[in-house]
Write a new protein. Structure first.
Length: 177
């Protein structure tokens, strides 16, 4: 079977488009897989001092809820601001960003309600109602919704409620999918 000249041109145009689309699907599928529990714990222990330092910084910055590369969010605010707006120094902000890069996190979050919690977002995937997150968390008290293994948790039926997996002391992995 021979293709006409116009059909050949269509095939020549469509093949690269299909290849790019297939590559994007492959990449998206890989990035939508959460990191292994063992890798998260290994990273925590390798950078524990930085996690502790970030927690202490958030504790000292009493007006701050969240710090990320897109800005800071103050207590009671629904929007983020880029320093120096909002009374947060640029140097302090850059100290936060350097520590976030060191631990491989996208954001640091201080939850002031009781029990007090600090979360460091290490992975996210999805969009809107289908978002999934994993964070390293420091909790003031022991959570009631804990699991022995994230692998076991991932095999449970959906919809799921957020859970914690103990690491050490007051440190946990938090997963919300």
């Amino acid at each position: 079977m021979q293709l006409s000249r116009s059909n050949k041109q269509i095939v020549i145009v469509l093949l690269p488009i299909i290849a790019v689309f297939a590559l994007l699907l492959f990449i998206f599928n890989i990035s939508s897989q959460p990191p292994k529990e063992s890798k998260i714990i290994e990273n925590f222990y390798a950078h524990r001092d930085a996690f502790e330092q970030l927690r202490n910084m958030l504790l000292a910055d009493k007006e701050t809820n969240l710090v990320a590369d897109w800005g800071i969010q103050k207590v009671g605010s629904l929007t983020s601001q880029m320093p120096p707006d909002g009374g947060f120094s640029e140097s302090r902000y850059h100290d936060y960003l350097a520590l976030l890069r060191e631990i491989g996190a996208r954001a640091a979050d201080h939850r002031w309600e009781k029990p007090e919690e600090f979360r460091f977002l290490v992975w996210r995937s999805g969009f809107a109602g289908e978002s999934r997150h994993i964070a390293i968390s420091w909790l003031e008290g022991e959570p009631t919704n804990s699991v022995r293994s994230l692998d076991e948790f991932y095999r449970t039926d959906k919809p799921r409620s957020p859970v914690y997996r103990h690491i050490d002391g007051n440190w946990y992995i938090w997963a919300d999918w």
